[in-house]
Write a protein that binds this ligand. Structure first.
Ligand code: ACO
Length: 311
């Protein structure tokens, strides 16, 4: 271990300054970052699939345009994140390969089916809402390229969250049948959204080390509680019921108490890909294969330009 490098690394952390790509860093710090950032990038990529399925069925042209913009943002987020991994010495090809051959994890949330338009609303409201809560803390991550990517991503996420909530408002204020669609979607997405924050702190493998190195700035349980406290009043505004009979404001704690999370389901989703995991990965592999000619053409074009410049 490089002693002066280690001391400087710790000093940067202590002063709340960013670690940059050329700085010395412990090998485990680099590995922890590549793991988290690549999982995050993959989540953005796989997250495009369930919504992409709804593009042809969005109820109006305007909704379609908005959804298309949101999905394009997600592709952009994945690109910033893959680039952040590259600054740590892991190539984009390597990371993408790990996703395609099933070695890499991505967020559990994208392995649930999206049966109605109301689910598209619930995803924007709850899934993007949870993503923001998690990512706002990552803007203060000690690794510069990741923290800076997060700032831009958070701004776009907040538009995503509002487009989802606005779909929910329209449905909740609509006909009884529309309101039921909204309630059913909330029932489907509530618990999986809480699982997005990861296992309880006591079960979190990387939590302590990540916190010590200021990669994560708040714990899984802390962020989950914050999300619940923020979201319950939004459900009340919609006139919808959160599907948790134990949910109750706790005056002493100043937080909502909530019922037990089904971690067996979480583990099963991580292991088996959940109800639609296989389908998601098949769609991603097909998209990758179908896009091969575009990548080849782009490379051929770049080479031609380079040859022309040198001529
Ligand atoms: N889905 C899939 N895997 C998960 C999830 C989840 N919701 N939560 C935790 N895990 C995995 C971890 O990746 C880790 O697996 P690994 O050891 O094989 O890498 C394991 O469960 C244990 O969890 P923790 O030790 O608590 O993991 P960590 O400290 O990384 O905390 C968290 C998890 C909070 C998700 C963190 O990785 C993070 O902040 N990531 C960045 C945000 C992100 O990835 N968001 C993706 C969804 S949002 C979106 O894309 C719209």
């Amino acid at each position: 271990e490089d002693e002066s490098g280690a001391a400087r690394f710790q000093a940067l952390l202590d002063r709340e300054e960013k670690i940059e790509p050329r700085d010395w860093m412990p090998d485990r710090y680099r590995k922890l970052l590549v793991r988290q950032i690549s999982q995050h990038a993959h989540s953005e990529v796989v997250g495009m699939l369930p919504e992409g399925n709804w593009l042809t069925r969005a109820p109006t042209l305007k909704r379609k345009a908005v959804l298309l913009a949101k999905i394009q943002d997600e592709a952009g987020h994945a690109l910033y994140l893959y680039s952040a991994c590259e600054t740590l010495g892991t190539s984009r090809e390597e990371t993408i390969e790990a996703l395609l051959d099933g070695r890499a994890k991505y967020s559990s949330i994208f392995n649930y089916p999206v049966p109605t338009w109301a689910d598209v609303g619930a995803i924007g409201w709850l899934v993007d809402g949870a993503a923001i809560v998690n990512q706002v803390m990552l803007c203060r991550c000690s690794y510069g390229p990741y923290a800076r990517a997060m700032e831009r991503i958070c701004k776009e996420e907040s538009f995503h969250q509002r487009q989802g909530y606005e779909i929910m408002i329209k449905l909740a204020q609509g006909t009884p049948a529309q309101k039921k669609l909204a309630q059913d979607a909330l029932n489907r997405w509530w618990w999986p959204s809480l699982m997005m924050f990861g296992p309880h702190d006591s079960e979190s493998t990387h939590g302590n080390q990540s916190t010590e190195w200021k990669i994560k700035r708040r714990s899984n349980d802390d962020l989950r509680q914050h999300f619940i406290d923020m979201t319950v009043p939004q459900a009340e505004f919609l006139g919808l019921t959160v599907p948790d009979p134990d949910l109750k404001w706790n005056e002493d704690r100043g937080h909502y108490d909530f019922g037990p999370i089904n971690w067996d389901e979480f583990k099963a989703v991580l292991k088996g890909g959940g109800p639609v995991g296989r389908e998601r990965m098949a769609a991603r592999r097909a998209a990758h294969d179908d896009g091969a000619w575009v990548r080849e053409a782009a490379i051929a074009h770049a080479e031609k330009r380079k040859a022309r410049q040198h001529a």
